[in-house]
Design a protein around this ligand. Structure first.
Ligand SMILES: Cc1cc2nc3c(=O)[nH]c(=O)nc-3n(C[C@H](O)[C@H](O)[C@H](O)COP(=O)(O)OP(=O)(O)OC[C@H]3O[C@@H](n4cnc5c(N)ncnc54)[C@H](O)[C@@H]3O)c2cc1C
Length: 395
């Protein structure tokens, strides 16, 4: 007998976990989550998990504000007393130079304030008060948001999955979906290595692996996969965990850094990274010149890191779309298929809100935020979601 569910979610990263939870919470659906590996072993487990609302595409800010609300009320939202996200409220600082970049930042700030974000420009003296170690001679504009911070991606995802289990959701790991089953113009289930499962709704939340299941359905994802490295550096004195996250728009690869466990600074990039054909091709042997570049950029911004030691590094894959924004929601022409990918290096912060919105769309309930602009059709309409910063994970 083929097992039957109301909905099957493929992928147990943050997007799949948040969507499965909300399907059970809002619709009381019988849901099965399947992952080819373990929960949180894709991009989510590699994430720096920064949650900031600074974007030049204003709808991304609106989504993040909803996610910040979920993080702030995590146990209540998940209706699960043991839920933990590990969220640390550090605040977020973004630094830029004069000229077009300053204008772009002012435009972005107005857009963010327009959808209710708490954020404003700071003088350099005010920046120094918040973060005394920063070198600011090349900085002409700085903005700050007090409510932002970073979470623990593993704790957050496992909490969504455990809260979903409490509502009857089945979570099966080490079970790859090999195909989405379609009859006529509608989805009827999936094939796995263990046989067929039936469901009138299939949610794809496969991150950089999305092509394998979506392209046989005739969908052109316009997806690029790239490798990104995160490094941690230790200076002679521990990096203060209360310092805000810093985004340095004056670096070529839009470097960011934040405090992390053990008094180190965790450093990442928001650019194109290294193109890879397959998300399983990650190579953690990082070239010396990249480590020197990141160490140099960090110590230029924080001179007390001039003799810092590299303490750890890891790599993860970004699933990048042409406008660096995700594709979300039900696909016209294939009834019951919800296609969600292309989070382009900034999906962790969006996912708690997006999980709710995808569930509302599937259940045909009123949407808290309109996500129709994130449809896959925008690539052929050339109606891209591009803001004043253009490409990059701060799009
Ligand atoms: C180094 C790095 C740093 C980042 N930093 C940040 C940050 O600071 N802030 C932020 O907001 N975002 C950040 N991101 C981005 C963010 O982590 C991702 O956008 C987000 O985690 C994507 O979640 P996901 O659920 O879509 O994908 P994933 O976490 O990749 O999950 C996809 C899952 O699908 C499973 N799967 C795939 N194919 C199949 C199949 N056929 N059958 C069954 N299962 C399948 C995979 O095993 C995987 O578990 C970062 C990403 C990286 C790599």
């Amino acid at each position: 007998m083929t097992e039957s569910f109301d909905a099957i979610v493929v992928g147990a990263g943050i997007v799949g976990a948040a969507t499965a939870f909300h399907l059970a919470k809002l619709g009381n659906l019988k849901v099965c989550v399947l992952d080819q590996a373990g929960a949180c072993e894709g991009g989510t487990g590699k994430s720096c998990a920064i949650v900031r609302s600074h974007y030049s595409v204003v709808s991304n800010t609106a989504l993040t504000l909803k996610s910040l609300d979920i993080f702030a009320n995590f146990k209540d939202w998940l209706e699960y007393g043991e839920a933990e996200s590990g969220f640390v409220n550090t605040g977020y600082l973004i630094l830029g130079s004069e000229g077009p970049r300053a204008e772009a930042m002012r435009t972005a700030l107005r857009g963010q304030q327009g959808v209710g974000a708490e954020t404003w420009e700071l003088s350099l003296a005010e920046v120094r008060e918040k973060h005394p170690h920063l070198f600011l001679d090349d900085i002409a504009i700085a903005a700050y948001e007090p409510d932002s911070g970073y979470a623990d991606p593993y704790l957050t995802t496992m909490s969504f999955l455990n809260a979903a289990r409490k509502k009857g959701v089945t979570v099966r790991t080490n079970e790859a979906v090999t195909a989405v089953r379609v009859a006529g113009d509608r989805v009827v289930g999936v094939e796995t290595g263990n046989g067929s499962l039936s469901a009138p709704v299939v949610v794809l939340a496969c991150g950089p692996w999305s092509r394998t299941l979506a392209e046989p359905l005739g969908l052109d994802l316009r997806l690029e996969v790239s490798q990104h490295a995160v490094l941690t550096f230790a200076a002679d004195t521990a990096y203060d965990g209360r310092y805000p996250i810093v985004k340095d728009m004056n670096t070529a690869n839009k470097m960011y850094f934040r405090p992390a466990n053990g008094g180190v600074a965790l450093v990442g990039t928001g650019d194109h990274g290294r193109h890879i054909a397959d998300p399983d091709e990650l190579d953690g042997n990082l070239p010396d010149d990249f480590i020197l570049l990141q160490g140099g950029q960090l110590s230029r911004r924080m001179p007390n890191f001039a003799n810092a030691r590299l303490t750890a590094s890891w790599v993860g894959a970004y699933d990048i779309t042409p406008d660096w924004n995700p594709v979300l929601g039900l696909v016209p022409g294939i009834e019951g298929l919800s296609l969600n990918y292309g989070f382009s290096g900034h999906g962790f912060k969006l996912a708690p809100a997006i999980g709710m919105l995808l569930a509302q769309e599937i259940l045909d309930q009123p949407r808290s935020i309109d996500i129709s602009a994130y449809d896959i059709g925008r690539f052929t309409r050339t109606d891209l979601l591009v803001g004043a910063y253009g490409e990059g994970s701060i799009s």
